[in-house]
Design a protein around this ligand. Structure first.
Ligand code: SF4
Length: 138
């Protein structure tokens, strides 16, 4: 089984690239927590730029499996790329929404989120995990 095939049948958690933005780092960190620690058997991820360049294998995966987008800001690059790729978008999260609900948890910086940024990321990861469970129970 190749790597792409092993991803079939899982729920795709896809963060925006968010380069240079601390909230982009929060989104990616939350994704890793879900995919590697909280729901490793049910979820996986993929590089968003592969959708942008129209990689056939990845397009097939996001069209055949439910996807959750995570965006660092209202530009919503992950959400829009999944929709433009005709992916099965099952839910969308924006880090800015979670920060609005937890105003005291502002990350310290892009490379180092600091304790507050990591806490924000964990709260987001928990929300995503609840959504994964909800989608899988439908
Ligand atoms: S959604 Fe915002 S933070 Fe994420 S890649 Fe797009 S512009 Fe950057």
């Amino acid at each position: 089984m190749n790597n792409a095939m092993s991803k079939d049948g899982k729920l795709f958690v896809i963060p925006c690239s968010g380069i240079g933005k601390a909230l982009g780092t929060v989104g990616r960190t939350a994704m890793y927590e879900v995919v590697e620690k909280l729901r490793p058997n049910e979820t996986t991820t993929v590089c968003l730029p592969l959708l942008t360049i129209g990689d056939e294998t990845v397009l097939k995966l996001v069209r055949n499996n439910p996807c959750i987008s995570i965006d660092g800001c209202p530009f919503q690059c992950a959400n829009k790329n999944i929709e433009a790729s005709k992916g099965r978008l099952a839910a969308s999260f924006m880090v800015t929404d979670v920060l609005r609900e937890n105003r005291d948890l502002k990350p310290e910086g892009v490379a180092e989120l600091g304790p507050k940024g990591l806490k924000l990321s964990s709260i987001l990861a928990q929300k995503i995990t609840e959504k994964v469970d909800e989608i899988n129970s439908r």
